[in-house]
Write a new protein. Structure first.
Length: 232
């Protein structure tokens, strides 16, 4: 009887640790759809070879979501979607940004990884169109939402504790503005019309190779937790 009571208390405590996150769906059919817009080699490696089955970040995302890659954040791609992860995306056309803003204001949920100093190693030469941009290609969207993104004063690895998780970052930027900003400018949470946006001033934390050889299991746990929070 005592062991049963202890088990019940442990279950309640575990649920309370992440009470804002819905339980992880058990089957593929039950998983909610997550649109993914990125310039990073998350779905495919840089070589786009058949032997490359995606990154650790994709594997972790697929434990919770049905991930659907898109190439533009236009109205056609966003139609019917509720949740979008834009991980250091390429520059979007102005008319596409207008459609993205409209989608958010109508209730869309967006997580944007906007890295002002990307440290992600690439074998592709500088100038290659498939090489991720060294900085977030902001064409006015953040300013439209009342935010400013600054590059770090110094380059290098940084450790932060966000929502109880130890997260390793590489040269993260700093956000400031009208939204709720936390973790020393790393995260901004914005209410935009009927929708919500979480902006993180780093994308290197998705790199499975880690920050200067150091990896943190909390990085990808944090990613899924932040997305789950946007869902709720």
């Amino acid at each position: 009887m005592l062991s049963l009571a202890l088990f019940a208390l442990a279950a309640i405590a575990a649920a309370g640790c992440d009470r804002h996150a819905p339980p992880a769906p058990r089957t593929v059919e039950e998983r909610p759809e997550l649109l993914l817009l990125t310039s990073l080699p998350i779905v495919f490696g840089e070589a786009f070879g058949l032997s490359e089955n995606g990154s650790a970040a994709l594997t972790r995302l697929e434990t919770r979501y049905r991930v659907l890659p898109i190439s533009l954040s236009d109205a056609a791609s966003l139609r019917g979607a509720k949740l979008l992860l834009a991980a250091h995306p390429n520059a979007q056309p102005a008319e596409t940004l207008v459609e993205l803003d409209r989608w958010v204001r109508r209730g869309g949920r967006l997580m944007l990884l906007a890295d002002p100093m990307l440290e992600w190693h690439s074998e592709r030469p500088i100038g290659d169109l498939l090489r991720p941009s060294p900085s977030f290609a902001d064409t006015g969207l953040l300013a439209h939402w009342g935010l400013r993104l600054d590059a770090p004063d110094e380059r290098g690895p940084v450790e932060r504790t966000v929502a109880g998780r130890r997260v390793l970052l590489a040269s993260p930027g700093r956000l400031a503005g009208r939204c709720a900003v936390e973790a020393d400018g790393l995260v901004a949470r914005c209410a935009i019309g009927k929708g919500r946006v979480t902006i993180i001033a780093d994308a290197d934390f998705l790199d499975e190779r880690g920050v200067e050889g150091a990896t943190s299991a909390d990085n990808l746990d944090w990613l899924n937790a932040e997305l789950a929070s946007l869902e709720s």
